[in-house]
Design a binder for this molecule. Structure first.
Ligand SMILES: [Fe+2]
Length: 467
């Protein structure tokens, strides 16, 4: 098998080879005046195309951003995260910053704005990388020395307090995970260790008014995988019981109550909330992950509603939709509160067929198919679809409220926009597509035409300038 055949970075995942700065981008339609900030997205974009065994989750991070102001798309930039390896490959000096346990970071999974900073994140204990407004790497960042270990790929802002919550894990911590709270000023004010076994991978969590909901699932650190040369040495572990935990928001690690569930895997939470004494979470669930070191999910990931009942000790799982999907998002003002709507991206072709069958993803089909965004109305059970033309591929749908200054309770939940990068096959370049969430299947409100491809990647959001 040639290195090309073994390379997961093909088709929609094929990396770009240049950093671009472009100004005054052409726009079709009308950009909403409320959009004053940057649409950012992070993802893997390997520099070393001769790497013999690349792994999709380990490619060098690259952040893509479009700056929008006063109805204009002022610029597009894409920048590699300057890990030491990337800086050296580009002939640059290494960036400064603290190294938890001596670690550097490719920071390839998420990018957020918090306390006036732009932060690129990854999981497994690796440091955050701070970026400038223009997406250049400042260096590794630990919330001014207040972060005791690594951070996490996913974090959730409590809309009531402005606190940023996350759950960290680290391959050097086989017996604990850590709940972190970063205050609005950008300092870690709470770090609670929670005892676990086997070093589980923890990609996300759920936040409710009362609890942090923890996932302790059967994907754990594997020395066997490490010795077999698996670059991401985590594996499905049938000996590791699957469970979810309720950590009271003001509790300690000893206060976690665990609930056994059937083995499964969850990358992402749509949302969670309290329903009386019960806890409800919406997740995208897989049957398994990393069985025989494959990225195979054991079947299409589907949208599920889990009800955790502390009184009975049960977790009731309900599959809401079998359609393969990922990257669930809601109105961020409703994080931890009941939600009516949710948005995901269809992955029938992109993320299910793509990883099925082989770790090297050699069966990746070229992106000669359409892609769809999905909108759910959980009150009516209705699902809407926004289908892009054949040959397109779309990524995470980010909801942006039409009036971000309004409280959730004061606003219509789907009064806003859904933004994502979409590959335009006619131009072989990306568009930033902005849909009206209330006219989801209709044509875009605005489309910003970028000068280059944006490869399929992971996560990001719209970062308002005042945030
Ligand atoms: Fe993720």
């Amino acid at each position: 098998m040639t290195s090309l055949e073994k390379n997961p970075f093909r088709g929609g995942y094929a990396p770009v080879t240049e950093e671009i700065t472009a100004f005054d981008l052409p726009v079709t339609g009308r950009l909403p005046e409320i959009l004053n900030g940057r649409f950012l997205r992070n993802g893997p974009n390997p520099l070393d195309l001769d790497e013999p065994s690349p792994h999709l989750f380990l490619g060098n991070g690259m952040v893509h951003g479009v700056r929008i102001r006063d109805g204009r798309a002022e610029w597009y930039r894409n920048r590699w995260i300057r890990s030491d390896a990337v800086a050296a490959a580009l002939g640059e000096e290494p960036r400064p910053g603290p190294r938890f346990d001596g670690l550097d970071s490719n920071a390839n999974t998420h990018v957020i704005g918090h306390a006036g900073k732009t932060l690129a994140m990854v999981e497994s204990g690796l440091p955050i990388q701070e970026l400038t407004y223009e997406l250049d790497t400042v260096g590794r960042y630990d919330f001014d020395g207040t972060l005791p270990g690594g951070f996490a790929a996913h974090s959730t802002v409590d809309p009531h307090t402005g606190d940023l919550h996350a759950v960290a894990y680290y391959f050097g911590w086989p017996d604990r995970i850590q709940h972190l709270v970063v205050n609005p000023a950008g300092r870690v004010e709470c770090a609670v260790d929670i005892a676990v076994k086997d070093g589980p991978m923890v990609h996300d969590f759920a936040l409710t008014g009362k609890y942090v909901v923890l996932y302790d699932l059967p994907v754990t650190y594997s020395t066997a995988a490490l010795e077999a040369g698996v670059r991401l040495p985590y594996a499905w572990n049938e000996a590791h019981p699957a469970r979810v935990g309720l950590l009271p928001r003001d509790g300690g690690g000893e206060d976690v109550r665990w609930f056994d569930i059937d083995p499964c895997w969850v990358f992402h939470t749509l949302n969670g909330y309290d329903d009386g004494d019960r806890v409800v979470i919406y997740v995208v669930a897989y049957d398994s992950l990393f069985v025989d070191a494959r990225l195979d999910g054991g079947g299409p990931p589907g949208l599920e509603r889990w009800v955790i009942d502390p009184a009975s000790g049960s977790v009731k799982r309900e599959r809401l939709d079998d359609r393969a999907q990922e990257f669930p998002r809601i109105d961020p003002r409703r994080a931890g509160m009941p939600h009516r709507y949710g948005y995901t991206v269809d992955t029938e072709e992109l993320l299910v067929q793509l990883p099925r069958g082989a770790q090297d993803l050699s069966e990746l089909p070229p992106p000669a198919f359409g892609a769809a965004l999905l909108k759910y109305d959980f009150r009516t059970g209705n699902r809407e679809e926004h289908l892009f033309p054949r040959g397109s591929y779309a990524s995470e749908p980010v909801f942006v409220p039409a009036d971000p200054s309004a409280e959730a309770a004061e606003s219509v939940e789907d009064d806003g926009y859904v933004m994502t990068y979409v590959h335009n096959p006619d131009r072989n370049a990306a568009d930033l597509v902005i849909l009206s969430a209330q006219d989801f299947a209709g044509g875009p409100v605005a489309t910003v035409h970028l000068p280059a491809r944006v490869p399929l990647g992971f996560h990001g959001g719209f970062v308002f300038d005042e945030s």
